[in-house]
Write a protein that binds this ligand. Sequence first.
Ligand code: UTP
Length: 286
Amino acid sequence: MNITKVVIPVAGWGTRSLPATKNMPKEMLPIYNKPVVQYIVEEAQASGLHDVVFITNQKKTIIEDHFDHNLSLEGVLRRSGKTELLESVRRVAQMVNIISVRQKEQLGLGHALLCAREVCTDDYFAVMVADDLMFGPQPGIKQLMEAALSEHMAVVGVMEAPASKVNRYGIISAEEYGPGLFRVRDLVEKPSPDEAPSRLAMVGRYILTPEIFDHLARLSPGKDGEIQLTDGLRQLARSSKLLAVKLKGQRFDTGDWVEYLTANIHFALQDEELKKELIERLKELL
Ligand code: UTP
């Protein structure tokens, strides 16, 4: 069995990133020379997920446009002989198939996913949160796909959070039954360090089954009037239908300014042409 579809919700307000995101979707803010969402789609593509379902809204069509051809720009680059740039913009348009679904009211991540119900009918599909960047020896979502297909169950990606930061995440209560593989019993949303059942925090990568939609559809709005994905996942966990995989790699939450800026420096430093001068400038600043 193959998993080919990934839901990427991009319809949120991005209030943590204001005023930058007043008119610009936070998913389109650049990390070095690419928008955040392009890194997410590249991770999906590298994992064999070729059908991308964006959950979007009327202000965010620029995201779908980014993954389509810009024929006038391509014409300009072709005529001026800028072959390398031309190839780089054409490549983005050819990466994946785009399906777009409107979330007409921003009622939370769980609600955004529920909007994809009619298009996610396969046995398994992936969900990737568009402001969570992940890099490692193997794409984050691929690590989950392997576990879901071998264990035949829904899987969430987790990473170890420092005790001082568990109150920012959904934390799992789970037992390890293989290296880095956990059976999830329960989930606690943003617990205090004393109440946290572990330090394993859910990060924005999931492999789910259509059963999640039944749970989400039954939920009434929780905190902030939103339908939380965590509440739907809790139902799966309590009926022993949820696993967690401890992801290997590095993560940046680009909705947080410190992490966003660190990610920019991280990627710019990978560019050998930029690296030396950038380090000099950073030293001067410090
Ligand atoms: P966040 O929890 O970061 O929410 O969503 P947000 O509203 O965009 O940002 P802040 O917290 O106000 O700064 C994680 C992902 O889920 C999408 C967002 O676009 C983001 O990529 N999302 C969130 C939706 O698609 N719909 C929603 O109703 C909420």
